[in-house]
Design a protein around this ligand. Sequence first.
Ligand SMILES: O=c1ccn([C@@H]2O[C@H](COP(=O)(O)OP(=O)(O)O[C@H]3O[C@H](CO)[C@@H](O)[C@H](O)[C@H]3O)[C@@H](O)[C@H]2O)c(=O)[nH]1
Ligand SMILES: [Mn+2]
Length: 752
Amino acid sequence: MAPKEFCLPLYEKIARKNTIHRALDITLLFLLASLLFYRLLALKNHGFVWLLAFLCESWFTFNWFLNVSSKWNPVEFKTYPENLEQRFPELPPVDMFVTTADPVVEPPIMTVNTVLSLLAVDYPAHKLACYVSDDGCSLLTFYSLVEASKFAKLWVPFCKKYKIQLRAPFRFFLDDPTSSSANSEFKQEWKKIKAEYEHLSLKIEEAGRKSTPCDLSGEFAVFFEIERSNHPTIIKIIAENKQSSRDDDVPHLVYISREKRPKQPHHFKAGAMNVLSRVSGLMTNAPFMLNVDCDMFVNNPQVVRQTMCHLLGSKSESEIAFVQHPQRFYDGPKDDPYGNQFDIFFEYVFPGIAGIQGPLYGGTGCFHRRKVIYGLWPDNAENQGRNHTSIEGKLDDCEQLKVFGKSKEFSESAIYALKGKKDFPNNLSDSLEAAFPVAGCGYEFGTSWGTKVGWIYGSMAEDALTGLEIHKKGWKSTFLAPHPPAFLGCTPSAGPAVMSQQKRWAIGLFEILVSKNSPIFATLNGKLQFRMLLFYIWLFLWGVSSIPELCYTALPAYCIIANSHFLPKVQEPAILIPVITFMIYNLATLREYLKTGMSIRAWWNNMKMGRIIATSAYLFGFLTVVLKLLGLSDTVFEVTKKDQSNSDGDETDGTTIFTFDESPIFVPGTTILLVHLTALLAFFLGLRPLVDDVGQGVGLGEVLCSLWVVLCFLPFLKGLFKRGKYGIPSSTIFKSTSLALVFVYLCRTSWG
Ligand SMILES: O=c1ccn([C@@H]2O[C@H](COP(=O)(O)OP(=O)(O)O[C@H]3O[C@H](CO)[C@@H](O)[C@H](O)[C@H]3O)[C@@H](O)[C@H]2O)c(=O)[nH]1
Ligand SMILES: [Mn+2]
């Protein structure tokens, strides 16, 4: 019989009951199918408008089907970290990666807080190493980290001693415990550490105001006359943990700014992640790697232990390649006014796909197995467990060179990792010299980095692509949603930033679908499960859905102006199909929101932002990819601006006001609004028919739809009358008016 400790479970997978959810989903699918059937039957009596409606509705039905399939079998996970040490008295090392790219859009104090929260997690400090990649090559960032590392010597022991939950100081010090009944020793230490933290922030703030943040001597000298996009590699070991396992220990901290040369592709975040993998491979080579964006701090110090329950507790290694934590946000404006807090996605889609092959990789808050990142297949992982043969057995020197690049030291470390060997000689200073070449910008030429090994290149959504490549090999993944949430990050809280982020995703996701990495070919080898493929298609089509969304949005306005109709007339019984579909859809989505504890307003915000984002950001994303495919443009990763708080006055009486800028991304939304206002005005003022009465007459349905569109685009309507960042710039209004006039003119040459 197996010893008792082998029987102790580390985690459990539990199926979530969702009968009502399924019933509603299927009802909707049935209604949509009936609508399509009705349209087909009636198509010959109607013209172009019905055909267009039919095509759009076919798309929506297909999309709904993909969505239902993704959410059909939700599962949840329960972990038992209390059993962890009994089963694994020696916990495995974890390398933690933080990426930052721009000290202006991503203030160093934010990166510092993320790093401090990582250094302080509840895990043996000598098993952890934190690597920061700085694509901004900023002296200020480096200086801030050096200062932070001094503060960490106080902060980490303090957090551990008092079992602090929130280990990012800027959040922790928002609460003042001194008036509470906490013990006096704690209160005193709290005051002392708070003063130290304030001192640290002040120093960083002051350094940020100067043209050179600090003296360019000593360890800072390498930053002398450095150019951000043209500089050699800089690697600095800020703090090295000398392997003692005392409680007040602080993990290693390493700063990396990889080499950059003009005209050399650097592959944005994916490139940075690959450099992090290689440098850490040489220095600490932990079998697990956690990566977070610079704005994402640890909110639950148990996160590493909790995650290890999945990674170590699975029956066989091939079960789990990575564990993704849902992206949750702090200080997100109330009721999700920009529809970008993704609660519903993480509450329903994540558990849904976890019931298939596992959640997608979301780019931050994810623990990867190093060997999976190095390209290992699950079968090899299994074999290696049994008879110690693995990928490395088949790689001779020449092949190693082709796969991992010309650093012998790195190839050796990679084989170490692939074999799953423990006790990697862990001495940072000794490996420093070997680390420079692997961070060079020419290192990857002729290797498998970015294609078969590491983070995969070729998409603005390197996360989804890298995760997809892992799933394609047959690996599974899981997610964990502990309370409190493991990580918290920033989400944009201004119209322009939201649009630009959504556009990047639409680009990145659609790019994958039309690339050679497209999942469509991947189920052929049987490793990517079919319903996982359906999920990925649903995700990658976000950008494309802008076209049917746009057409369908235009239909009611067109019909009113052209005196035509795209819905059955009120007196026809068939009108019940779209009416009931509309009602059930809204009730079913509302139910999802209420069940997750969100408000009706949050639901409505997401509904309307869904329409706004689809017809603007996704549209631009889609067009960008089309232009790229035609060889007319290239895509650039625009780093999202991180607001640390909502203090820029967007909130008045608790509701956020939408903000705009000169970007053309606001033209489609404004045009849609103007077109509908024109149509409704013409209708209610009795100015119709604007065309000769050749149409079949507009019905009540079209008018109600048009009103609904105006309701969805209400932020734009308000924007028409506001000034400054809350108002739509007059140049945008001018462009949109011109487009709206063209539209009205085209309606008059009725095709109805
Ligand atoms: O050249 C670059 C560009 C970006 N980054 C880093 O990448 C991270 C994500 O960038 P951000 O602008 O914050 O993107 P978001 O839209 O917030 O990020 C989401 O979407 C990205 C893919 O589009 C994923 O990489 C992210 O993990 C995910 O949080 C940040 O830490 C950046 O510092 C780099 O290191 N180098
Ligand atoms: Mn981000």
